[in-house]
Write a protein that binds this ligand. Structure first.
Ligand SMILES: Nc1ncnc2c1ncn2[C@@H]1O[C@H](COP(=O)(O)OP(=O)(O)OP(=O)(O)O)[C@@H](O)[C@H]1O
Length: 296
């Protein structure tokens, strides 16, 4: 792989009137990394992505590409799927993909070839001459993603690319993105579907009220969470409530969920064995758990 640059936002801030929609936001989308940008409606994801792409003015902070301030030419080399989409419902699919490719500097023949290849990968080759509006919502979404991939982008910024897609359609889209990921392209996509982000992402940025609440690789975030364990002693695990140094989060019959920042205190396991220990295992939090915790 040739040198693969990272996309970085540093201290980005954007106000709308009195409201600070994006507040000192910093994160890095590493090369070849699928980074999920997660947050509730109004968290500031779209505004951040618009600032990255230069379609919304930045009030403070900067966007860096390859460690230096991003230029118009850098942005033109990116693939962007805006929230408002941007393809014409009443125009033929292949025609408008070719047109878009030409707008981005491709020759018509190259744009047509690449558009045909992408439509084929999305199993839409037989719809190439149809109007966009005649496709199902999911297929329209695929064409929007194809539009962002057309010119071999060096980075991808995708606003809710998976919304409204069924799991099979999500997987085929990720499959298509994975070609670019393997080439070292950083991919940032926003979503409020946590289960999906949990399944797909290498890395994530959690935004709430315009502020980054957590960011890093899924692995780092899982490790940074509180150390929790599941313990099972039949028939009842209630005895653990009397144990010193143990924070009991829940007891449900034989199973207790414990928070033990420094691991099990002295004697706990021995006493658990006396009471018929059947399980004592660390709980790996899902990204959804982490999200709930950092935005609570
Ligand atoms: N052009 C605008 N004028 C005024 N306020 C705006 C504008 N654009 C965004 N906002 C406000 O900024 C905040 C962040 O909005 P933004 O669309 O960036 O969030 P989001 O996380 O993308 O949410 P959603 O998932 O609903 O699109 C919201 O309170 C929104 O109302």
């Amino acid at each position: 792989m040739s040198h693969a640059p990272a996309l970085e936002v540093r201290n980005l801030t954007r106000r709308f009137g009195e409201k600070t929609a994006v507040d000192d936001v910093s994160f890095v989308v590493e090369p070849g990394t699928l980074t999920g940008f997660v947050g509730a409606n109004g968290a500031g994801k779209t505004s951040t992505m618009r600032m990255i792409m230069g379609v919304l003015a930045i009030h403070e902070g900067e966007v860096l590409w390859d460690g230096r301030p991003i230029t118009r030419a850098d942005r033109a080399s990116f693939g962007y799927m805006p929230e408002e989409r941007g393809l014409y419902p009443k125009q033929g699919i292949l025609d408008q993909l070719c047109y878009l490719g030409q707008l981005r500097g491709m020759r018509r023949g190259d744009a047509a070839r690449e558009a045909t290849r992408l439509l084929d990968r999305f199993e839409l080759a037989d719809r190439a001459k149809d109007k966009l509006e005649s496709l199902s919502l999911g297929n329209q979404q695929r064409v929007q993603v194809a539009a962002s991939l057309l010119h071999g982008p060096r980075a991808l910024v995708l606003d809710e690319p998976f919304s409204g897609l069924d799991p099979v359609a999500v997987d085929s889209m990720v499959d298509l993105l994975s070609d670019r990921l393997r080439e070292g392209v950083p991919v940032l996509f926003s979503s409020h579907q946590l289960d999906l982000v949990d399944r797909l992402c290498d890395s994530l940025v959690v935004l709430s009220g315009g502020v980054v609440m957590a960011s890093g690789s899924a692995e780092e975030l899982r490790r940074s969470g509180p150390a929790r364990y599941r313990m099972t002693t039949a028939p009842d695990a209630g005895w653990v409530r009397e144990e010193p140094g143990v924070t009991v989060l829940d007891v449900d019959g034989p199973t207790a969920i414990l928070e033990l920042p420094s691991g099990p205190p002295d004697g706990l396991l021995a006493r658990a064995v006396e009471r018929g220990l059947a399980e004592f295992s660390p709980l790996v939090p899902s990204l959804s758990d982490i999200y709930r915790e950092v935005t609570a």
